[in-house]
Design a protein around this ligand. Structure first.
Ligand code: PLP
Length: 453
C-alpha cells in the first residue's frame, strides 16, 4: 500500500495525463482513485467522490457491475484475442454487430469496430471518401463540421473538432478538407430569438456553406445530436429535421457522432431517436461498454455499405483490436443489463424531469448566464455579466476554479470552457442527484466569492 504522496510523485515523474495543464497539476497534485461502485469513486485518502460526469460521459450503468467483469473474464478465458482481418470471425463480435443493427435506427446494418471514438470518426471519414470515390464523384471532398464540436484527438478527428486550442496541440490541423459552421448555440448565436425559429436559422448556416463551396464538392456533414464537450449545446427540435432536409436536397452524407449521446444520454437509446435523425453513418463509443473496456463502432447504412463493401473490393482499413473479443462481450452484457433493468426508460421517466428541475434552480445564480440540458446532459454557463453575456477572459480559468471547488467537496463536475457540465450515470438516484446539485451550488458559490461576485 503506497501513500497518496508517493503516488503523486511517481505520477508527476512519468505519467502524461491527457488534456491536462501539467504545471498546475504539479501544484495541485492528482487525486489517486482506487475503487468505484455505483455512482461513487474512492481515492487513496478514503474520500468518496460522487461522479457527476459518468467518468467522461461513459460509465452509464455505474461502476463495479460484477456481470461485466465476468463477461470480460469468461471471454478472455475462452478466446482472448481473435483477428478478423481476413476470413476469421468470432461470436461476440457477430452477436454485437447484430444487436446494434436491431436497436439502431433502420438501415444502419453494417458495423465496423475499433477501440475509441476518435478512431470511429477516422473510420467514418474514410468510409465517406471511399463511398464518393466508388460512386464516381471523387470531387466530393469537403467535410462540414461545427464550431465547438469535439470528435476526438487523432488528426482527422481533431480537425473535425471545432475547438481552435486543439489545433495548436501539434500536427497540421485542421486538415484542409474540413470546414466549420456556426452551431445551434442559442445563448451566443441567437439570443432572444424564438427557439424553433433559431433552429431553422442555425440549420440554414449549413445550406449557406454548401452553396459557398458548391454542392457537388461537399462530401458529408458531421455532427453530434447534442454537443457534449461543447458545453451541453442542445438544439431546438426544429434544427435536425431541417438539417436532414438540406443534406437530402444536396445529396450530402449525414454522419452522426453518437459517442456521447448514444446509450441513453438523451433519455432515448440514441440521440438520433430523440431528435428524429436518420444518419447515413453513425459513430458509437463510450457508453457501448459503459466504459468498462475500450470499444467503438462506426455503423454504415445500407446505402453506404452496399457500394463500399459489396462492390468496392477490399477496404484497406482496420485495427489490430477491431472487434476485440472481451470488449464485444462486455458491450453485449452491458446492453443486456440496460434492457433488462429498463435503465434508459427509467432515466427518461424518473430522473430527467428531476434533473431538469434541479438545473433550473440555478437560473438567477449570480455567476450563471445560461442553463441548458437534454436528457442527463446538462450545462450551466458561467458569465462575467449576465446582462451583456460577457464571458470571463480565458486566462481567468473560472470553470477550472469551479471544478476544483467541487472536487474538494467530493463532486466530479467538469468545466467545458466556462460551462459547468453534468452527465451523471443513468443509474443515479434522485437522492444522489440532490447531493450532486448541493455540492455544485456550494462550488459555484465559493467560486463567486473567489471572483468577487
Ligand atoms: N466524439 C465525441 C462526441 C466525444 O465526446 C469524444 C470524446 O469525448 C470522442 C468522439 C472521442 O472519443 P475517444 O476519446 O474515445 O477517442
Amino acid at each position: 500500500h503506497m501513500e497518496t504522496q508517493a503516488w503523486q510523485v511517481l505520477d508527476r515523474a512519468h505519467y502524461l495525463h491527457p488534456f491536462t495543464d501539467h504545471a498546475s497539476l504539479r501544484q495541485a497534485g492528482s487525486r489517486v482513485a482506487v475503487r468505484g461502485e455505483g455512482v461513487y469513486v474512492w481515492d487513496t485518502e478514503g474520500d468518496r467522490i460522487i461522479d457527476g460526469l459518468s467518468g467522461l460521459g461513459c460509465v452509464n450503468i455505474g461502476y463495479g457491475r460484477p456481470e461485466l467483469v465476468k463477461a470480460a473474464a469468461d471471454q478472455m478465458q475462452a478466446l482472448s484475442f481473435c483477428q478478423s482481418f481476413f476470413n476469421t470471425t468470432h461470436p461476440s463480435a457477430v452477436l454485437l454487430a447484430e444487436k446494434l443493427s436491431q436497436i439502431l435506427p433502420e438501415g444502419l446494418n453494417h458495423v465496423f469496430f475499433q477501440s475509441s471514438g476518435s478512431e470511429a470518426n477516422e473510420t467514418a471519414v474514410r468510409a465517406v471518401r471511399r463511398y464518393w470515390d466508388l460512386a464516381g464523384k471523387p470531387e466530393r471532398r469537403v467535410i462540414i463540421a461545427r464550431e465547438a464540436a469535439y470528435h476526438g484527438s487523432t488528426h482527422m478527428a481533431a480537425s473535425l473538432s471545432g475547438i481552435p486550442p486543439m489545433y495548436g496541440a501539434g500536427g497540421d490541423i485542421p486538415l484542409p478538407s474540413v470546414t466549420h459552421i456556426k452551431t445551434a448555440y442559442q445563448y451566443r448565436n441567437g439570443p432572444g430569438m424564438d427557439p424553433e425559429e433559431f433552429g431553422i436559422l442555425a440549420a440554414s448556416w449549413l445550406e449557406e456553406r454548401i452553396l459557398e463551396i458548391g454542392p457537388d464538392k461537399v462530401a458529408a456533414f458531421f455532427a453530434e445530436p447534442a454537443q457534449s464537450a461543447g458545453g451541453a449545446l442542445c438544439p431546438p427540435m426544429s434544427y435536425w429535421p431541417e438539417i436532414q432536409r438540406i443534406c437530402k436536397k444536396y445529396d450530402i452524407l449525414l454522419v452522426v457522432d453518437e459517442v456521447v449521446c448514444g446509450f441513453g444520454r438523451t433519455g432515448k437509446w440514441f440521440g438520433s431517436f430523440y431528435y428524429g435523425i436518420q444518419p447515413d453513418i453513425m459513430q458509437l463509443g463510450k457508453g457501448i461498454t459503459s466504459g468498462y473496456l475500450p470499444l467503438s463502432a462506426c455503423i454504415l447504412s445500407d446505402r453506404v455499405a452496399d457500394l463500399l463493401i459489396e462492390e468496392g473490393g477490399e477496404w484497406a482499413h482496420g485495427f489490430t483490436y477491431s472487434g476485440h473479443p472481451s470488449c464485444c462481450a462486455v458491450a453485449l452484457e452491458n446492453i443486456r443489463i440496460m434492457e433488462e433493468e429498463n435503465i434508459v426508460e427509467n432515466a427518461e421517466k424518473e430522473l430527467i424531469p428531476y434533473f431538469r428541475a434541479k438545473l433550473e434552480t440555478f437560473v438567477g445564480h449570480p455567476l450563471i448566464g445560461d442553463v441548458r440540458s437534454v436528457g442527463l446532459m446538462g450545462g450551466l454557463e458561467i458569465v462575467k455579466n449576465r446582462v451583456t453575456r460577457e464571458a470571463y477572459p480565458y486566462e481567468a480559468k473560472i470553470g477550472y476554479h469551479c471544478s476544483g471547488e467541487a472536487l474538494k467537496r467530493g463532486l466530479a463536475f467538469r468545466a467545458n470552457g466556462d460551462t459547468m457540465s453534468l452527465m451523471p450515470p443513468l443509474i443515479i438516484t434522485r437522492q444522489e442527484l440532490d447531493t450532486v446539485f448541493e455540492i455544485a451550488r456550494e462550488a459555484l458559490d465559493a467560486t463567486a466569492v473567489a471572483f468577487g461576485v
